[in-house]
Design a protein around this ligand. Structure first.
Ligand code: FES
Length: 338
């Protein structure tokens, strides 16, 4: 499902996850061809190859890893035209409480600068459906923008609920309303209050999928509203890790690293990722909270205790991969392809 070993961070538009190794494998160098103020606190950045060549294809919901000239790595959703093979567009929210990545983009990044780009990768793919409800909170609009276009292109029935602090802070608001009219419901909180989730999610619909991206309170409200919908009808992308139940297992467990011919004991209080690194095996990571997907590792034997915010229930049940920064083991032993 998702690629491995590309450093990323944890947020569709703020890019402000927890610290990790500030490097990205397989990064290519792109040029900033345009930077624009989109809304209060939000700028767009357009990227292209220095030689004008073709960029790797991507699908709605994909993100890239942006390696800034100061070495910082952040993750941003692609929100441009997926059929434009020569440019990528991202939108970046200034995060005053962030670690400086968004501030760098806002204050220092200029047209003509070179940046490293890893990916694209997609942990939030758009599944086929006759009908969609898209729900965005603030900068969470970015991964949904290409989904809306795709749904329109495929002739699906869809609506977008887009909430934000105020009209001025809501990027792409005019563009969406101009293109799609009444399908788009713009709800600035200072004028209209919170999104009316009951009105659109109150009655489960078998032919409809719900895609939501935004801050944690919005995701929790949408999850509640979809509690009686069919399994997998709701897909979310998180800015930060969701609440987790206690680990299945209290005690230590063994992890065999089959390709390296080593074994490590993972004690309570350290992660599989830390234990593996202590054993001298490097695994790239970034968010270290189970949201970015960088540390995906194939599982050869054993049952992981999945504690990430990425895999679906179906993918968890396959027991063939895990995010080693947060996930643990249900049993005494796991065998990893490391
Ligand atoms: S490092 Fe982000 S999911 Fe593990």
């Amino acid at each position: 499902m998702v690629g491995t070993n590309v450093v990323a961070d944890a947020d569709p538009g703020t890019g402000e996850g927890r610290p990790g190794p500030e490097k990205a494998a397989n990064a290519v160098t792109l040029t900033v061809t345009n930077k624009q103020q989109l809304a209060e606190g939000v700028v767009s950045v357009t990227l292209a190859r220095p030689d004008g060549g073709r960029l790797p294809d991507w699908t709605p919901g994909s993100h890239i890893d942006l390696v800034l000239p100061d070495g910082t790595v952040r993750q941003y959703s692609l929100c441009g035209d997926r059929w434009d093979a020569h440019t990528y567009r991202i939108a970046v929210l200034r995060e005053p409480a962030g670690r400086g990545g968004s501030a760098y983009v806002h204050d220092r990044l200029r047209a003509g600068d070179r940046v490293g780009v890893g990916g694209p990768r997609n942990h939030f793919p758009l599944a086929p459906s006759e009908s969609y409800v898209f729900i965005a909170g603030g900068i969470g609009i970015t991964p949904l923008l290409p989904m809306v276009r795709q749904a329109e292109l495929l002739g699906a029935d869809w609506q977008l609920l887009y909430g934000g602090r105020s009209r001025a802070s809501m990027a792409f608001r005019d563009e969406l309303v101009a293109a799609y009219g009444e399908r788009v419901h713009v709800v600035p909180q200072d004028e209209l209050g919170l999104l009316d989730l009951n009105a659109c999610l109150g009655t489960p619909r078998a032919d409809t999928k719900v895609y939501c991206c935004g801050p944690a309170p919005l995701l929790a409200a949408v999850e509640d509203a979809c509690a009686s919908w069919a399994p997998y009808a709701l897909r979310t992308e998180r800015f930060t890790a969701g609440d987790q139940a206690a680990p299945v297992r209290d005690g230590a467990f063994e992890v065999e690293l089959r390709r390296s011919g080593r074994a490590v004991t993972v004690t309570p209080g350290i992660s599989v990722l830390e234990a593996v690194r202590v054993a001298g095996v490097d695994v790239l990571s970034s968010c270290e909270q189970g949201t970015c997907g960088t540390c995906l590792t194939p599982v050869l034997d054993g049952q992981p205790d999945h504690r990430d915010s990425i895999l679906t229930d179906h993918q968890r049940a396959a027991n063939d991969c895990m995010f080693v920064c947060v996930s643990r083991s249900c049993g005494d032993r796991l065998v990893l392809d490391l």
